[in-house]
Design a protein around this ligand. Structure first.
Ligand code: 5HY
Length: 243
C-alpha cells in the first residue's frame, strides 16, 4: 500500500524528518510518499500560517487524488486542512493530533500535551474540544521552542522538552505525554525512555492507523459533507487547485 504523508509546512528538512519517522514504523510493503505544499509558510505557529497551510494541504490532496493513496496523514499538530482532504480523497485521512489523542486516551486515564510556541496552545486546546477529549486531556503546555529549531534538535532543546514533560505529568497528574509537533517525532523514543511513561508521536500513530483502516478496505464516507467537492471556477493563483 501507499500512504501519503503531507507536511503542511514547506520545510524540506522537516518533511524529510517526518518521512523518516513514518518509514521507521511503516510495515513491510507500505510505501510512504511524503510531500509538502508548493506554497505557504516554512513552519506553522499561529492562525494566519495555519490558514495558508490548510490551503496547501488541499493542494496536495488534490494532486494526490490521481494515484489514490491507500491512506493519508496530515503531519502537523493543528490537523490543518484535514476535512478538505477528506472531501478530495477516497482513502482514510488522519490528522496527527486526532491520532495522538486517541492513542493517549487508551494508554492513560489522563494525558498532557507538550508543544512548541505558547501562542499555538489554543490551537491544540480547540482540537481537544473538537475531538471530545476534554475529560482526558489535562493540560496543554507550550515551551516557546520554535518549530524549525527542532530540525537540528540540540541537547538543550531535548532537555527543555523533557523538563516541560516532567512538570506537566506532575502538575496535571497525567500518565502520558502527547508530543504537540510533528517535528518532535524523532524525539519520541528517547523521551519515552527518560520519562518512563508513554510518549505519543502522532506521526507514528497516524501511519499505523492508516495501515489498519486501509488493510480493512475502509474508506472515507462520501455520503454527506465528505462528498467530493463540486466543480467550480477558482480564480487567481487558486486556479491550479480547482477540482
Ligand atoms: C507542526 N507546526 O506540527 C506544528 C506544531 C505547532 O509547522 N508543524 C508545524 O506548534 O503547532
Amino acid at each position: 500500500m501507499k500512504i501519503l504523508v503531507i507536511n503542511p509546512n514547506t520545510s524540506d528538512s522537516m518533511t524529510d524528518g517526518i518521512a523518516r519517522a513514518a518509514r521507521a514504523v511503516a510495515a513491510p510493503g507500505t510505501n510512504i510518499v511524503a510531500v509538502h505544499p508548493s506554497f505557504g509558510p516554512e513552519s506553522i505557529e499561529g492562525h494566519y500560517e495555519e490558514a495558508w497551510a490548510s490551503a496547501g494541504v488541499a493542494e496536495q490532496a488534490n494532486l494526490a487524488k490521481s494515484w489514490v493513496p491507500s491512506a493519508t496523514v496530515i503531519a502537523c499538530f493543528g490537523d490543518p486542512g484535514l476535512e478538505a482532504a477528506r472531501e478530495v480523497l477516497s482513502g482514510p485521512v488522519i490528522g496527527i493530533a486526532e491520532a495522538a489523542f486517541q492513542a493517549a486516551s487508551i494508554l492513560a486515564s489522563g494525558f498532557s500535551v507538550v508543544t512548541t510556541m505558547k501562542r499555538t496552545c489554543i490551537i491544540a486546546e480547540r482540537l481537544v474540544q473538537r475531538y471530545g477529549y476534554e475529560h482526558q486531556c489535562r493540560g496543554v503546555h507550550g515551551t516557546d521552542i520554535p518549530v524549525l529549531s527542532l530540525e537540528d534538535c540540540s541537547k538543550e532543546t531535548l532537555e527543555q522538552i523533557e523538563e516541560a514533560s516532567r512538570i506537566a505529568l506532575v502538575k496535571d497528574r497525567s500518565g502520558a505525554i502527547v508530543l504537540g509537533c510533528a517535528g518532535m517525532a524523532p524525539l519520541c523514543k528517547v523521551l519515552s525512555e527518560r520519562l518512563a511513561v508513554p510518549v505519543i508521536d502522532g506521526v507514528s500513530v497516524a501511519v499505523k492507523w492508516g495501515e489498519a483502516l486501509a488493510s480493512l478496505n475502509m474508506n472515507t464516507s462520501k455520503l454527506g459533507d465528505y462528498a467530493v467537492p463540486q466543480s467550480k471556477r477558482y480564480s487567481g493563483f487558486a486556479e491550479k487547485i480547482a477540482i
